[in-house]
Design a protein around this ligand. Structure first.
Ligand SMILES: O=C1O[C@H](COP(=O)(O)O)[C@@H](O)[C@H](O)[C@H]1O
Length: 260
């Protein structure tokens, strides 16, 4: 488990641009040292803001897009192409404008796909796809992603792990179906906390005043069942990327850093 590190930017635009620059560097470094890179995308406003900033960054051309695996932390279980699906929004923000290898874009199944409305079967299929991609160097049935990004919801949810719902209590499976999510749509697919923790780096994105309470709770020692964001950490690094509004309720001991 890595202790959370905080980076606070002035506003959400700057946060998105700085996070995009950070992600470009991370991907380029991973491709240089391991030949390929793997990134887990998040849905939501902050995740899509980062992808849009990446699309607008001239340095995006430093990435070898054909050697990048993209996965998702969660998905809204809706028909293919639905505007509310995280993959649809990611395609619009970035993916349709870069030369990715379609075989390396690992979208979660849609509700009109091969598993129909059976969200459990769809989750199992995604777990199998992850297990197939995991190598002997990884620590289990999930690849050691270079970066796994998570938007933080105002209720402290990350991916589709909502406070107190069964998915956040899962300790065995890597991907599960979610029923009755308090944020629409109610049916979703999500990575579990054990799968999230297999990533080398976990980045939590929180911008805006509506995220301030969630950030303060998750970073103040809350339990992961009540505050799922508190249970999201990477093997070597856990990074909270915030804007000033989202950082505004953090305990003084965390932010701003104490002066010498
Ligand atoms: O529904 C979801 O919400 C969260 C957070 O979204 P935000 O708009 O409040 O930033 C997101 O991380 C997750 O992927 C998504 O499915």
């Amino acid at each position: 488990m890595s202790t959370p590190q905080l980076v606070v930017h002035h506003d959400k635009e700057l946060m998105a641009q700085a996070a995009a620059a950070r992600l470009i560097t991370k991907i380029v470094d991973a491709q240089a040292s391991r030949g390929a890179a793997s990134v887990v995308l998040t849905g939501g406003r902050n995740g899509n803001g980062l992808l849009a900033a990446l699309a607008a960054a001239p340095a995006r051309d430093a990435i070898d897009w054909g050697r990048l695996d993209l996965w998702w932390g969660d998905e809204r279980f809706l028909p293919e192409g639905d505007p509310e699906r995280n993959v649809t929004q990611a395609r619009e923000a970035l993916l349709d404008s870069v030369p990715l290898d379609p075989e390396r874009v690992h979208a979660m199944p849609a509700s009109d796909g091969p598993y129909g409305a059976d969200v459990e079967a769809a989750a199992e299929a995604y777990a199998a796809e992850l297990a197939k991609a995991a190598g002997p160097q990884d620590h289990g049935p999930v690849p050691a992603f270079d970066v796994l990004m998570l938007g933080v919801g105002p209720d402290t949810h990350v991916a589709s792990l909502f406070p107190e719902l069964p998915a956040v209590r899962e300790t065995e499976r890597t991907v599960v179906g979610v029923h009755g999510a308090p944020k629409p749509p109610p049916t979703r697919i999500t990575l579990t906390l054990p799968a999230i923790r297999s990533a080398r780096e976990v980045w939590l994105l929180a911008a805006g005043e509506d995220k301030a309470e969630a950030a303060a709770i998750a970073l103040s020692g809350a339990g992961e069942i009540q505050a799922p964001a508190a249970g999201a950490y990477g093997r070597s690094r856990t990074l909270w990327l915030l804007d000033a509004a989202a950082a505004s309720q953090l305990p003084r001991s965390l932010y701003p850093p104490a002066s010498p």
